[in-house]
Design a protein around this ligand. Sequence first.
Ligand SMILES: Nc1ncnc2c1ncn2[C@@H]1O[C@H](COP(=O)(O)OP(=O)(O)OP(=O)(O)O)[C@@H](O)[C@H]1O
Length: 241
Amino acid sequence: MTNAPATTAAPATTVRPGLALRAVTLSYPDGESRLTALDEVELTVAPGEFTAVAGPSGSGKSSLLAVAATLLRPDRGEVLVDGVDAGALGARERTALRRERLGIVFQQSNLLASLTAVEQLLVLESVRGRRPARARRRAEELLESVGLAGTKQHRRPHQLSGGERQRVNIARALFGSPSVLLVDEPTSALDHERGAQVVDLLAEVTRTHRTATVMVTHDRALLGRADRVLEMHDGRLTEAR
Ligand SMILES: Nc1ncnc2c1ncn2[C@@H]1O[C@H](COP(=O)(O)OP(=O)(O)OP(=O)(O)O)[C@@H](O)[C@H]1O
């Protein structure tokens, strides 16, 4: 335990940047017994690498992302973010690790209905303490880099298309300059063409921002855009053939 305030950076390390899961096992209560959702999962994703995880419904994909996001603690095994073992951290440090090193894009757009695109990013700023003018410039640049320029930056979620909302989500996840980007079914609400554009954008931001990116998807047509494809089956993660 440390007495570090909530805004203090999680312990820094130069060891193995990116994401690593080591022999991660996760189970849920299931009546009298337990259901194994993740079974000795091994995963290493380097900075700038775009990894896709495919697998049928119920195979453990969301559980994998929740554990990698340090939102769920595994029964056994290690989750290392930039070499920092999340399991060894207290709750406050883990929150700091998430805020400073992880970017998360959820399946459902969880944008705030009353905020414009640029405000969706700036609302995160209250905990980061960057100067307002600089933060606004960075938010505008990020939105532009994901294809949302000009007046679209000042629209609220209901005034944007599904694909545009997903772009705001991606820009927001990148706002804190994360090392690791975790993306859950980013195309589930989009048609194939819009979905492909979003996945192309994820491939591009992975390279330009050097994130270790993990995308979970049902949509096998989009797997070709990833650097590496893994398969999840009954909680086991293997290289796709
Ligand atoms: N909170 C929970 N309590 C009990 N069992 C759970 C819980 N969350 C998930 N499970 C079970 O764990 C297994 C893996 O679920 P998970 O949501 O990780 O799969 P998934 O591959 O993401 O599925 P989908 O593609 O349908 O979202 C499933 O059998 C599911 O029923």
